[in-house]
Design a protein around this ligand. Structure first.
Ligand SMILES: [Zn+2]
Length: 165
């Protein structure tokens, strides 16, 4: 039986405190986090995972501190999907992946690292990357690499936003 590979099991870690006490996604307004943010809208934002499994591993996050889809408004649902679509377009354009994992983990047994603040993961995939990532998946990617990833992806998100794609 093929092994289920769940890249988003990796916990998104930070020492920041803030808006909803200790919630990393609420405190992503922190300027020190801003370099990871790819686009912001009134309702949601897109941010690079600090500990990516692959280049371009990012997350679409509602601004509001909500834990489940059940707790989201229709506006948040639409915006999450709109930005998830933009993320698919941006990752495809920047990295030409052979596949993309798109996923939500609700609750700890489902592999959620951050339990209380909903987020959609997108992880670009290439044939044969599983073994490689198993070996290096827990190695922290250097900040320069994340900055390079952000520099690559941010203009694409901004263009998609501007052109209202
Ligand atoms: Zn939060």
């Amino acid at each position: 039986m093929e092994r289920l590979w769940a890249p988003w099991r990796l916990i998104y870690v930070t020492g920041a405190g803030g808006a909803s006490e200790g919630c990393v996604f609420c405190t992503s307004a922190d300027p020190s986090r801003e370099e990871l943010v790819l686009i912001r809208s009134a309702v949601c934002y897109v941010i690079l995972n600090l500990y990516p499994y692959n280049n371009g591993h990012l997350m679409v996050v509602p601004n509001r501190h909500v834990a489940t889809l059940a707790a989201t408004t229709a506006g948040e649902q639409a915006e999450l999907m709109r930005l998830t679509r933009h993320a698919e377009i941006a990752l495809t354009e920047a990295y030409s992946p052979q596949g993309i994992n798109v996923g939500l983990n609700l609750g700890r047994p489902a592999g959620a690292g951050i339990l209380d603040h909903l987020h959609v993961h997108l992880v670009p995939r290439w044939n044969g990357d599983t073994n490689f990532m198993t070996v290096v998946g827990n190695v922290r990617v250097l900040p320069e690499d994340l900055e390079a990833t952000a520099a690559k992806l941010r203009p694409i998100f901004e263009r998609l936003q501007r052109d209202n794609v």
